[in-house]
Design a protein around this ligand. Sequence first.
Ligand code: SF4
Ligand code: SF4
Length: 291
Amino acid sequence: MHQILILSGKGGTGKTTVASTFIALSQAKAYADCDVDAPNLHLVMGSFTKEQASDYFGLPKAMIDSDLCTACSRCFAVCRFDAVIPGPTYRIDPIACEGCTYCLHVCPVGAISTKPVKVGELKLYERGEERFSTATLTMGSGTTGKLVSEVKKQLRDNTQETEVAILDGSPGIGCPVIASLAGVDLALMVAEPSVSAFSDLKRVISSARQLQVPVAVVVNKYDMNPTICGEIEVFCFKEGIPFLGKIPYDGQVIAALNKGENPACLNSPASNALKSIYSKTLQVWKEHVRQ
Ligand code: SF4
Ligand code: SF4
C-alpha cells in the first residue's frame, strides 16, 4: 500500500484541511488520522455505514492491595517516577507509573500487582470500499507513537490492494511524527509563514530525511506573511525540496470546515490552490514510486 503523509511541524497549520481535500479529490479507499491526541479528520469525512471500536492498552500499571499492604514504604523508596503516594493507605498514581515493576519485587507481602490499563481507543470506519482508521488517546501515557503505529497497521490489515492511502499525520516533531513517517512514500509538509513554523518545518524535514522519506512543501495562509513564505520557497529551492504551492487565507474554507464540509467541494481561492497542489503532489509521488 503506497502512502502519502500530510505533516506539519506544529498543530493548527491546516494539515487536516489538506488531507481531507486530498482524500476527496483522490476518492481514496484508504485513509487515516494519525493525530491521536486530537483527531479531527472524521469531522469532515461525512457519515460511515460501519464503525468498529477496540480498546488500546498501554504499559501495565502497578496497583496496591490495601488489605495486604503494611505501609513499610519500600515501594515508595524505590520508585524513580514518584508514582507511589505514601500515607495511611499507600496508593499508586497511574499516570506517573511507568510499569517498571521494581516496587512489585521489593514488596515483602506481595501487595503489588500490575494490570494493563486502557489508554485509548482504535476506530475503524467503513463506507463501501472505503476504510478510515483513527484513534483517540484517552490518557497521557507516553505511548502516542505506538498508537500511531497501531492506526497505520489497522489500516493496512483492513484494506484491499489500493493505489494510494492518504495519512493525516501527527503534529509536532516527536515520537508520534516518527511513527507517522515510518514507511511512507512521500511526506507533504504544510507550513504557515511564521518564524516558529519555519523553524519547526526544518526540524520535521530533518526527521523525514533521516528516515529517507522524500518530502515536498506547501505554505498555508501564505498571504499572512509573504516575506517568510518567500524565505521558505528559497529554503526549499536550496535544499532541492519540491515546493508545490501557496494556499491563501480563505474564509470560505474555514466556514466549510466548521460546517463539517470538505473543502474540495468549494470553488474558492484556497480550494482551487489545493486542487492544483494535489495534482503536483501526485506527480512528485509517482516519480518517487517509480524510482
Ligand atoms: S511499577 Fe515502577 S513506576 Fe510504577 S509504581 Fe512501581 S516502581 Fe513506580
Ligand atoms: S512495599 Fe508493599 S507493603 Fe510496603 S508500602 Fe509498598 S505496597 Fe505496602
